[in-house]
Design a binder for this molecule. Structure first.
Ligand SMILES: [Zn+2]
Length: 90
């Protein structure tokens, strides 16, 4: 089997192994160091790297929740959950 050069998106370790597949038959991987499970590609926009930062950026520049959700192609609940986790709505 060909060895794919996969790195953990969280800790950048190359020590990962295949951890089954998602319902669309894309491979899932697990990091041996931080035990996180991740995929190389995601269908849902909010799982892609950098989207959470974009949500915070849009919130801080005054965009509303629904506008942020529409522009980034994620759900309003994702925007609200991200803002709550970052304590932006407190
Ligand atoms: Zn890791």
């Amino acid at each position: 089997m060909a060895d794919v050069n996969v790195h953990c998106p969280q800790c950048h370790s190359a020590h990962v192994y295949r951890h089954g597949h998602n319902p669309n038959n894309r491979d899932r991987f697990r990091c041996c160091d931080c035990l996180r499970v991740f995929q190389l590609t995601y269908v849902y926009e909010a799982r892609k790297p950098g989207v959470k930062e974009k949500i915070m950026e849009m919130y801080l520049s005054g965009a509303g929740i629904r506008k942020t959700a529409r522009v980034l192609n994620v759900s309003t609940n994702t925007v609200i959950r991200t803002l709550k986790k970052e304590n932006a709505l407190a």
